[in-house]
Ligand binder design. Structure first.
Ligand code: 2NL
Length: 343
């Protein structure tokens, strides 16, 4: 019996020296000492080897040890629970918090907003309209003849459920709808997404974005158009930019022109971007065709107007030296994150 009592003393010392610092070490302690296969239980099993006259004494030692081991367990358990209630164990309040990822504007939106804000300062208001359109507002009112190639299934997306409807191929439908309202003068810019049935490549996509403008009043001239567009590109690209107009053709304007700006990269000396001409095309424009005015119920003897249209992707590519149109729609964050500094 003496041997066993010594052993119990040793267990007491072992328990007193234990460091319980979490639920795992507490459970390890419980399994070792207090479980059905634990040390306390097995010591009680020793009772039958103790001579009858010493059983009472041994029983007292054993009970005291059991109580000691159980109390220790309860104390540790309580102190662990109160620590986790307060949530203070191992929390370092000086560490930085979890990051909150904040998105940023798409480059197309940045440039669109910049374009619109320049025209707003000139007194233009912003108008928008439907992307699903009918033949009249997308083609006929704009003087596009029945047999014009743009009307072809190959170039335009028609809705398969009802081919009277199509996805607009330019934002001019908004200007037509504005003119049809019959309130003059009109001075609007209209941004939006347009669709064309193109094979996707670095230079073409089946959807892209435009800003068009329209100014109709008495006595509006081509000189007004030139001055307005000159102010616009100076605001967008800087005071040193030069412009030139080349004659062109659109069914909805007469006369029509394409406007180039001096190349921003080489300052007109000639480089890859301007294909060594010193000039880059940025928009098309012209005086609104009298037939288009009449189509919308506007007296073409009394009123004249100018209109222009530009691709936002094209201008964004020039401004930020982006060489592949597809980058705008694949949503690769490595591309998009490069614009986070802008608002
Ligand atoms: C381009 C050329 C242009 C227009 C758009 C227009 C609209 C009406 C009447 C007359 Cl309702 N014209 N829009 C005029 C000239 C050119 O866009 O290259 N766009 C990307």
């Amino acid at each position: 019996m003496e041997m066993i009592v010594k052993q119990i003393e040793a267990y007491r010392e072992e328990i007193s020296g234990l460091e319980i610092n979490g639920p795992a070490s507490l459970e390890e302690y419980r399994l070792k000492f207090l479980s059905t296969k634990g040390i306390v239980k097995s010591l009680f099993g020793e009772m039958r080897n103790i001579p009858a006259d010493q059983k009472k004494e041994f029983g007292a030692v054993l009970n005291a040890f059991k109580q000691f081991a159980e109390e220790k367990y309860e104390n540790w358990k309580q102190s662990l629970e109160s620590q986790s209630d307060q949530g203070t164990v191992g929390v370092d309040y000086t560490l930085p918090g979890d990051p909150l990822p904040v998105g940023s504007r798409h480059p197309i939106s940045l440039v669109r907003n910049e374009i619109l804000s320049i025209f707003r300062r000139l007194g233009f208001s912003v108008a928008e309209g439907p992307e699903i359109e009918d033949d009249w507002h997308n083609f006929s009112a704009l003087n596009l003849p029945e047999n014009h190639p743009a009307r072809d299934m190959q170039d335009t997306f028609y809705l398969s459920q009802n081919p009277d409807w199509l996805l607009r191929t330019h934002t001019s439908n908004v200007q037509i709808r504005e003119m049809e309202k019959g309130k003059l003068p009109i001075r609007i810019v209209n941004p939006g997404r347009v669709y064309r049935n193109e094979t996707i490549s670095a230079r073409a996509h089946c959807f892209f974005h435009q800003v068009e403008g329209l100014y109709i009043d008495e006595q509006v001239s081509f000189a007004d158009l030139k001055q307005t567009l000159y102010f616009f590109v100076q605001e967008l690209f800087g005071k040193d930019v030069k412009i030139r107009f080349r004659p062109s053709y659109f069914p909805f304007t007469e006369p029509s022109a394409e406007m180039d700006i001096s190349c921003l990269l080489c300052n007109g000396k000639g480089c890859n971007v301007c294909k060594h001409t010193g000039w880059v095309e940025i928009l098309g424009c012209g005086m609104v065709h009298p037939q288009v005015l009449e189509n919308c119920g506007i007296d073409s003897n009394k009123y004249t107007g100018y209109a222009f249209g530009m691709g936002i992707e094209r201008i964004t590519m020039l401004k930020y030296q982006i060489n592949d149109l597809r980058l705008f729609s694949v949503n690769d964050v490595r591309f998009l994150q490069q614009f986070t500094a802008s608002i």
